[in-house]
Design a protein around this ligand. Structure first.
Ligand SMILES: [Zn+2]
Ligand SMILES: [Zn+2]
Length: 135
């Protein structure tokens, strides 16, 4: 089972199956995700169960598209889904917990990439906090 939760633990989802993860560089996803990109996957709505869904709130980021997030802690829990739901749901990979049976398979809206995050794969990596990089 694929499990996800928000930072405060009020909202959880589980899904029976997931698509590969897509990294979206569009400006809306960056702001909504709080990072250099948004990371999303798709599941069938019938395969997804929610706990604490009453803590979800939503923002209509484009006409007829809503993003859902935890009203308590702000964690993005979905991508931009149709206001009138279809059979699928775009879920936020940032919320995933534990072992995840998928990896990033594609990047989209690369023309909107954050300039500050360009080629950051070469930045020094720390096992824990970045404080270790300072003298
Ligand atoms: Zn929360
Ligand atoms: Zn996007």
């Amino acid at each position: 089972m694929i499990e996800g939760s928000c930072l405060c633990g009020a909202v959880r989802f589980s899904a029976k199956a997931m698509s590969g993860i897509v990294e979206c560089h569009c400006a809306m996803c960056r702001k909504a995700a709080g990072g250099h990109a948004g990371f999303f996957f798709v599941s069938f709505r019938r395969d997804v169960t929610w706990q604490g869904a009453e803590h979800l709130t939503q923002y209509e980021s484009s006409p007829d598209l809503v993003r859902r997030f935890c009203a308590r802690c702000g964690t993005a829990m979905t991508g931009a889904n149709l206001k009138v739901p279809d059979a699928t749901i775009i879920l936020a990979a940032n919320a995933l917990d534990g072992e995840v049976p998928a990896r990033v398979v594609a990047q989209e809206y690369c023309a909107s990439k954050a300039s500050w995050a360009e080629r950051h794969d070469g930045a020094p990596s720390c096992e824990a906090g970045w404080e270790n990089l300072w003298p």
